[in-house]
Every structure is written in structure tokens, then in C-alpha cells.
Write a protein that binds this ligand. Structure first.
Ligand code: HPA
Length: 282
């Protein structure tokens, strides 16, 4: 009931209030927003900053608590292109309502962001994928058991949203070119989002494979759907950090996911930098 009442607000803060707080601190208005999942943080080292904020200082934002996620909201330049980067995210499995998880996306939209690059770690379901590969998200399956748009609708936003072209083809092509330039191996595929925090059972992974999923993760989808509702272009990129459950005899752990994500962190950062350059020259 509380979530229904809160809707698109987080802690009773409206997205435009949080956006107003940020714009009171800088005049730079990036068209590109990037949300970093585990392993993508080295891109932060390549940025020239105009503004750095901790999550707690932004009204309505909850601080990322999970290892591998950085408590940083940054505006600056990546390869001369203005960007706003969220250094981490909160997850549904942490117990937050969807309205809180997706709040930063609504704030980015209020700030004038036009394109949102979402990144995450993911487990390989497709037998052709292996740890260290990247996957540009062509489509998704929402298996989280809820939808981020349940609740009130903001003025001028849609109640029923078409998701047939959620992940923009032109940016899938751009990610592939950026990967080539970064010597990174990239596949294209379907991301299935689960709530977590458990990893899957082997039977679930077999089922997801039959459903058409290529990789599994615990994020991206709520943000992607919300971004679309806000009129943003959506781009999705995962770093494959492990074989999904049942492929190997060894158990999956967050430590393993982080270790692999960090091992390929510089490659992730390079890939994003190339993507940003191409985005600026598109
Ligand atoms: N399952 C779910 N989420 C994940 C995985 C996985 O195997 N790897 C990284 N995030």
C-alpha cells in the first residue's frame, strides 16, 4: 500500500525536486546518462568531473550498499562528452520498493538526459558465452515478479507502454563497434531479470534457456522500463562474469562475480569510452 501511495516518489521526494537540487550545483546538462553495475566503475577514473555528490546528499536517493557499487553521482566529461554517471545502484533484493529503485532514472530524465546506458554483471545462459565476454542487450524478459510502473502515472506519461523496441538498434550497433575498438568480445542477446538475491537453480537456468534468455541478472530491467516511460533512449550492456547455475560443479558466489567483473573493469571502461565517443559523433 505504501508503495502504491508513493508511486514515482522516493521518500516523498519528487523527481523534479531532486533534479532541482542537482541543477542548483552545476549548469552542465548531459544528454547521456550511465548507470554502472559491478565491474564498470573504472570508467569513473577516466572522467573529468564538474560535480561529485554522494547518494545520501541527493534528496530521494538511497545509497548503494552492495560491494562493487560506488556511492557517487557524478557529472562531468568523458572524452570531452558531457555525461552524468551513477556509480552504483540499489537492487530490488535489498528490500526497496520499485519506486525507490527507479527514482534516479526519473531524476535523470528531469535533468534532460536523452539516452541512458545501463550496465550490469550477468551470468551466461547461452552456451556460447563465457566470463569476460560482453553482451549488448537486444531484448529482455522481466522475471522479477513485479513491474516498476505499477502505481500512479505521472502527468503526460503513459499508463500502458509499448516495449517492442526498448533497446535501440542504432546503439546496439554502436556498442558492437565500440567493443571491436576495445578488443572486447561482444555478443547480442536477451537478458532475463530475476529478483535475486539467490542465484538460480540449474532447473531455472534450463527453463530460462528454453524461454529464450541468453544471460541472467538482478537489475537493468526496472531502470530500462522506467527510462522508456520517461521518453529516454535505452541501451543495455552486461559483462558476463560467470556461467549460470548448472554449467559448472563449482558454486556461484558474489565474490567470484566481483572478481571477474573487476578483472575486466578496464576493458569495460574502454568500451564505454569508445561508445561515448561514437555517441557524441553520431
Ligand atoms: N545470476 C543472477 N545474477 C547474476 C549472475 C547470475 O548468475 N551473475 C551476475 N549477476
Amino acid at each position: 500500500m505504501r508503495e502504491l501511495k508513493m508511486g514515482y516518489r522516493s521518500r516523498e521526494v519528487l523527481p523534479e525536486e531532486a533534479a532541482g537540487f542537482i541543477t542548483s550545483k552545476t549548469k552542465l546538462k548531459p544528454a547521456l546518462g550511465i548507470i554502472l553495475g559491478s565491474g564498470f566503475q573504472p570508467v569513473l577514473e577516466r572522467c573529468t568531473y564538474v560535480l561529485k555528490l554522494s547518494y545520501n546528499s541527493v534528496p530521494g536517493f538511497e545509497k548503494p550498499q552492495v560491494a562493487g557499487h560506488k556511492d557517487l553521482v557524478a557529472i562531468g566529461y568523458l572524452d570531452k562528452t558531457p555525461v552524468i554517471i551513477l556509480g552504483g545502484r540499489i537492487h530490488y533484493y535489498e528490500g526497496y520498493p520499485m519506486s525507490t529503485i527507479t527514482f534516479p532514472v526519473r531524476v535523470l530524465a528531469e535533468l534532460g538526459v536523452k539516452t541512458l546506458l545501463l550496465t550490469s554483471a550477468a551470468g551466461a545462459i547461452n552456451r556460447m558465452f563465457k566470463p569476460g565476454d560482453f553482451m549488448c542487450i537486444r531484448d529482455h524478459i522481466n522475471f522479477m515478479g513485479t513491474n516498476p510502473l505499477i502505481g500512479p502515472v505521472r502527468l503526460k506519461q503513459k499508463r500502458f507502454l509499448d516495449l517492442s523496441k526498448l533497446y535501440e538498434l542504432k546503439y546496439i550497433k554502436m556498442l558492437k563497434s565500440a567493443a571491436k575498438k576495445s578488443n572486447a568480445y561482444i555478443n547480442e542477446g536477451v537478458y532475463i531479470a530475476v529478483s535475486g538475491p539467490t542465484y538460480e537453480t540449474p532447473a531455472e537456468v534450463r527453463a530460462f534457456s528454453i524461454l529464450g534468455a541468453d544471460a541472467v541478472g538482478m537489475s537493468i530491467v526496472p531502470e530500462a522500463i522506467t527510462a522508456k516511460q520517461c521518453g529516454l533512449e535505452v541501451v543495455g550492456l552486461s559483462c558476463i562474469t560467470n556461467f549460470a547455475s548448472g554449467f559448472n560443479k563449482t558454486p556461484i558466489s558474489h565474490a567470484e562475480v566481483l572478481e571477474v567483473a573487476e578483472k575486466y573493469g578496464n576493458k569495460s571502461a574502454l568500451l564505454i569510452e569508445h561508445f561515448v565517443r561514437m555517441y557524441a559523433n553520431r
